[in-house]
Ligand binder design. Structure first.
Ligand code: FEO
Length: 400
């Protein structure tokens, strides 16, 4: 879809508050890493006070003209006084340079670190940037914005903006979800909205869980009526997403075992099947995840609250299958709260995968409970070991 053909709809969320973002229906990857099966959106918001006007967040490269056209539906950009940059990543901040070129009196508001990044990333001159402090208020005339310092969500400069009179929180990536949909509100999507948010949390926020928890603590004093992130849908009844974020940031665990696995000739798969059946029969929720076909977003979502992770891999090239190597590396970086880890492995003539996985998982929050290894096709004795291991692992999960 060309810029000219894009719809120019905006949404009035409250008196003088409009969504002026864009929906990116076609995007399929983010950071060349995160799959976007549902696309995404870049939500920007226009706040018109009696005296001053502010734009909160902007849009991804390539959507500047859409943003401009949507702002023009409500005011001439020369009437913009403030551009609030909650986060400096290009999907939200790249559009500011274009808007600044149309708005001669506008100043970019950001944290101190954000201001530095606006200059280094977008060459915005220091004279057009104003630093906002934690807790600082800005009166637009009948509408008050409060800035909340919340660094490392997920970059070092991040802030949240709260419109006090209507209780609308603009948290940029925090509470976000990668989805482009014809709906604007989470309650119009149903339960799947929380799944999208959970995948996003796993992919983007979980590595910074402690920082995210601190941000949640700070938000407790606010009377939040609406959560308006800069990706995905808006929460006008935010209790559910706030409760979910409290649980995810605190690392609350489910009695659930995630089993990421891959199999070359069926031996690992046979062991995984026995393991899954054993743990399920012990009353544990088990999520087998085939790394040959699964999506990173689904894996990240399950990592958010899995109490345990058991990896299934063949030994190949004297180590774990490369897909497993990649996912174990990534899982460690995503900082999941899982308490227990395990490995089932098969090999044709010599092992090696378990040793390497043990090295890779060093420093993870969970510890390896046990491992099972099989030479060739798993024998009855091997499968008995898998069953014993599955029962031991399930007992630990059931004790969570
Ligand atoms: Fe959506 Fe971190 O940018």
């Amino acid at each position: 879809m060309s810029e000219m053909d894009r719809p120019r709809e905006t949404l009035e969320m409250a008196e003088g508050v409009h969504w002026v973002g864009v929906k990116d229906w076609d995007r399929r990857m983010f950071d060349r890493l995160i799959p976007l099966p549902q696309g995404t959106s870049y939500n920007a918001y226009l706040i018109q006070g009696e005296e001053k006007n502010a734009l909160i967040d902007s849009v991804n490269p390539g959507f500047e003209e859409s943003l401009e056209a949507k702002i023009r539906k409500h005011l001439d950009p020369t009437q913009l006084d403030y551009l609030v940059m909650n986060h400096a990543e290009p999907d939200h901040a790249n559009g500011f340079s274009h808007i600044l070129s149309l708005a001669p009196k506008a100043r970019l508001l950001a944290s101190e670190k954000g201001g530095e990044m606006a200059t280094s990333l977008y060459s915005i001159s220091e004279g057009r940037i104003e630093t906002v402090e934690d807790g600082e208020r800005l009166d637009l005339g009948g509408k008050t914005l409060r800035f909340i310092d919340a660094p490392w969500l997920h970059w070092p400069e991040t802030t949240l903006t709260f419109y006090e009179e209507e209780g609308i929180l603009f948290p940029c990536d925090f509470f976000g979800a990668h989805v482009a949909t014809g709906k604007f509100y989470a309650d119009q999507l149903g339960e799947i909205a929380l799944d999208y948010a959970k995948s996003y949390f796993g992919e983007i926020m979980m590595p910074y869980r402690q920082r995210a928890k601190r941000a949640m603590d700070k938000l407790q004093e606010l009377e939040i009526e609406t959560v308006a992130p800069s990706h995905g849908v808006i929460y006008r009844n935010p209790e559910k997403i706030l409760r979910a974020y409290r649980s995810w940031t605190e690392g609350e665990l489910a009695r659930k075992v995630l089993v990421p696995y891959i199999s070359m000739w069926g031996s690992t798969e046979e062991m995984v099947e026995v393991l899954v059946e054993t743990m399920a029969s012990e009353g544990v929720e088990v999520v087998p995840f085939n790394l040959a076909t699964g999506s990173l977003g689904d894996l990240a979502r399950e990592l958010v609250d899995a109490g345990g992770i058991v990896i299934g891999t063949p030994t190949v090239l004297a180590g774990p299958h490369p897909n497993v190597h990649h996912i174990v590396y990534l899982a460690k970086k995503l900082n999941p709260p899982a308490r227990y880890l395990g490995v089932v492995e098969s090999h044709g003539w010599a092992g090696g995968a378990i040793r390497e996985i043990a090295q890779l998982t060093e420093g993870m929050e969970g510890e390896i409970v046990d491992t099972v290894s099989a030479l060739g096709s798993p024998s009855k004795e091997d499968l008995k070991k898998v069953i014993d291991f599955g029962k031991e692992f399930a007992a630990k999960i059931n004790s969570i």
